[in-house]
Ligand binder design. Structure first.
Ligand code: MG
Length: 166
């Protein structure tokens, strides 16, 4: 399956697809009362099926793993070890994932970056692990999967003078 490569990478770093789907459910069930966990998981898998998302994930995870091994050039190694708040390249990279789904993806990402729901918050308190990129990548994937659900539900709504097919 096309999302499997990304799923394996996330799993290796301690993140299950179910934990990302849970964030999506929390974000979107407030708007769509008939939303199911299955739909959220399917949306996460659809986002992870995109090649550009896989490449983005691959890049961020590689930097986290190289930092854990202590092999990055200085001062990048020190910045990664400190999870320096002014670094910003982690958020910038993750925004590439949400960009596909427009403004809803962007606002969802900003919200998750602030409140650090579920697994996103847990990643930051793991001793000996460096998840500078992963927390933002997971927020990006969750925001994209949420925006995808919003687009699908809103897209199914038909307004006067609009056939819903455009
Ligand atoms: Mg980060």
């Amino acid at each position: 399956m096309s999302y499997q490569l990304a799923a394996d990478m996330l799993e290796r770093r301690g993140v299950t697809l179910a934990s990302i789907a849970e964030i999506v459910y929390i974000l979107q069930s407030a708007y769509y009362s008939d939303l199911t966990h299955e739909e959220c998981l399917a949306s996460v898998k659809a986002v992870l099926g995109k090649r550009e998302v896989q490449y983005t994930l691959m890049t961020g995870v590689a930097l986290d793993e190289l930092a854990e091994q202590g092999v990055l050039p200085q001062p990048l190694q020190a910045v990664m070890e400190a999870d320096e708040s002014l670094y910003g390249a982690d958020e910038t990279l993750a925004l590439g994932i949400t960009g596909v789904y427009g403004m809803i993806g962007l606002t969802g990402f900003g919200y998750l970056d602030k409140i650090k729901l579920g697994i996103i918050g847990k990643l930051n308190d793991q001793e000996g692990r460096i998840h500078v990129f992963l927390d933002d990548l997971v927020a990006g994937i969750a925001a994209a999967a949420s925006a995808r659900i919003a687009h699908r539900h809103e897209g199914a709504r038909v307004y006067p003078h609009h056939t819903g097919t455009e």
